[in-house]
Ligand binder design. Structure first.
Ligand SMILES: Nc1nc2c(c(=O)[nH]1)N[C@H]1C(S)=C(S)[C@@H](COP(=O)(O)O)O[C@H]1N2
Ligand SMILES: [Mo]
Length: 539
């Protein structure tokens, strides 16, 4: 042949990717139109996330932090593309092996969807549609690639024949001439259909994304929510609580900057108008309360600093907000907790659970059924319409978002999502402190340097923060005005530094006089310990 050999294998791989892409887009589109909770991609992703060894999850959260979901979706897309490309090549070489691979994809989606809560016959449609579209498109593209290959092969043979034997030259030469035209046409056909398929797939995917109508309408319901004023408002922010030092985290975390950690790949969409919370289990009377009834309760506002057990020493999986809600103890009192109970198992709309010590929900601390965050209804990703916030406990044992049930129970009888995966049954937040500025590796001028950061010991309070330069003595830092024992507090210190490399270390002392634990422990099973150090270079 005079032209370069066409890369049929590459085109088969591309056809596989386009077929899988169109299938996934069709499934997502169907799900978006039916109900966002039916997305096969989300279902498969959630099953993978739930089945992942806890260590891998911890590693991913540590590595990607709050970008873990994006990282996960990108990895999923890469895996799908690689398998789909292989399916395309298989289908060219050993049909129908490629179609079988695409069918297995569909079966995985179907199985994943079947494991999700709230299933109906409709749930089966998106994965089945995805598999059907994927297989049909793969077959249709492969037929075109085969025709092209056959035409090109015939042409090559004819050309070879023309070159070898002059005797058949006339006839074969005529054949080759016709073949060039045919192979060319077949090639253009392949290009057009693979390209066209890719364009349609991208358009359908974009449509599926924007047609996530549920998300839009939930957001609209949220916009329309009018939160009542708190009967017990939070005390105003004390003067001097915010030091305003550049590089230092603000004492109030805006909702948009608040860390987000949960196992939900797509945000659970809960219609506030249909939301109810059931109180069940070891109670005298089971109760069910709806959103309007909750808003009609005497609400209170509290500053509470929420922290994640996966927060490494010096990490940023912590934030402080003003929460509006109804104390959980009042709800539990209405239901009448029976003796013998020592735990409340809270369940979210997507099935996630947390087991909270009953005591933390009934003692004088203000554990809230929260509806508001920083003066607004809860953002969708922070639990709209209602979540739990419990001062002093890590989120995994207390801060259930999209909460729909509180079951009064016993630790001896039941366990929860993370405690089933090797994390501690009890999760009190550990006394800790952090240097925010200067940042690690910063180069600063010799002389007096302002060092500042945050310290927290929720529900106990911070008494002092101390700073050390290299192996020197501990010097007291200046504490900013504290909001309450349930919130973190800013601190700052001024140190004189000579040129060279230096290590800054911070430690905190809580309100009862306990010093921060300086032994280094990992986040598993109940939160990291150790002192935060920052190495800097002084010029
Ligand atoms: N429904 C649900 N609620 C949840 C979780 C979850 O995975 N699902 N994660 C918990 C954990 S581990 C933490 S640290 C907090 C984080 O709350 P935020 O995302 O609003 O910061 O939510 C808690 N509530
Ligand atoms: Mo967490």
């Amino acid at each position: 042949m005079n032209t370069k050999a066409p890369h049929f294998t590459l085109w088969a791989a591309a056809a596989g990717i386009v077929a899988a892409g169109l299938g996934v887009a069709a499934g997502e589109l169907a799900a978006a139109l039916l109900s966002p909770s039916l997305s096969p991609v989300s279902a498969v992703g959630s099953v993978v996330i739930d089945g992942m060894p806890a260590a891998v999850k911890d590693w991913a959260i540590g590595l990607f932090g709050t970008a873990d979901k994006v990282a996960f979706l990108v990895s999923m897309a890469v895996v799908i593309a690689v398998v789909a490309a292989a399916a395309g090549v298989l289908e060219l070489r050993r049909p129908p092996a490629g179609a079988v691979v695409i069918g297995l994809f569909g079966a995985a989606g179907l199985a994943a969807v079947l494991t999700r809560a709230q299933m109906s016959a409709l749930s089966l449609l998106p994965p089945l549609l995805a598999a059907a579209v994927g297989i049909l498109v793969l077959r249709a593209l492969m037929v075109r690639i085969e025709r092209w290959r056959d035409a090109a092969t015939a042409e090559a043979r004819a050309e070879a024949g023309a070159g070898v034997g002059a005797g058949v030259g006339a006839g074969a030469g005529a054949g080759a001439g016709a073949g060039t035209g045919q192979a060319g046409a077949r090639r253009r056909d392949v290009l057009r259909s693979v390209g066209g398929g890719a364009v349609v797939g991208l358009a359908a995917g974009a449509l599926a994304g924007s047609a996530r109508g549920g998300q839009v309408s939930t957001a609209a319901v949220r916009e329309a929510v009018q939160l009542p004023a708190a009967v017990t408002p939070a005390a105003p922010l004390p003067a001097g609580a915010e030091l305003g030092i550049s590089g230092l985290d603000p004492v109030l975390t805006p909702a948009a900057d608040f860390y987000r950690i949960d196992t939900a790949l797509s945000v659970p969409l809960v219609n506030a108008q249909q939301w109810t919370l059931k109180v069940t289990g070891l109670v005298d009377r089971e109760i069910e309360i709806d959103f309007a009834q909750l808003l009609a309760k005497p609400l209170q506002e509290s500053w509470i600093t929420l922290a994640c057990v996966s927060n490494e020493v010096g990490g940023s999986l912590i934030g402080n907000a003003k929460w509006l809600g109804w104390p959980v103890r009042n709800l539990l009192a209405e239901a009448g907790v029976q003796s013998g109970a020592d735990m409340v198992l809270s369940t979210s709309q997507d099935g996630w659970t947390a087991s909270t010590p009953l005591e933390a929900l009934t003692d004088s601390r203000d554990a809230l059924l929260a509806v508001g965050m920083n003066g607004e209804p809860l953002p969708l990703e922070h639990g709209f319409p209602v979540r739990l916030v419990v001062p002093g406990l890590y989120g995994y044992v207390s801060a259930t978002k999209w909460v729909t049930e509180l079951r009064v129970s016993r630790f001896a009888d039941e366990s929860a999502y993370w405690t089933d995966r090797g994390w501690s049954e009890r999760g009190p937040i550990k006394l800790s402190s952090r240097i925010d500025t200067p940042s690690r590796g910063a180069a600063v001028d010799a002389g007096t340097l302002t060092v500042a950061g945050m310290a927290w010991a929720q529900h106990t309070g911070i008494r002092a923060v101390q700073l050390r330069v290299d192996d020197g003595g501990w010097q007291d830092a200046q504490l900013a005005a504290g909001i309450s024992a349930d919130t973190w507090v800013q601190w700052s210190a001024r140190v004189d530094l000579e040129a060279g490399d230096h290590t800054l270390t911070v430690r905190a002392v809580n309100a009862t006089g306990s010093e921060q634990d300086e032994r280094e422990r990992p986040v598993v099973p109940d939160g990291a310990t150790g002192l935060h150090t920052v190495r800097i270079n002084v010029r």
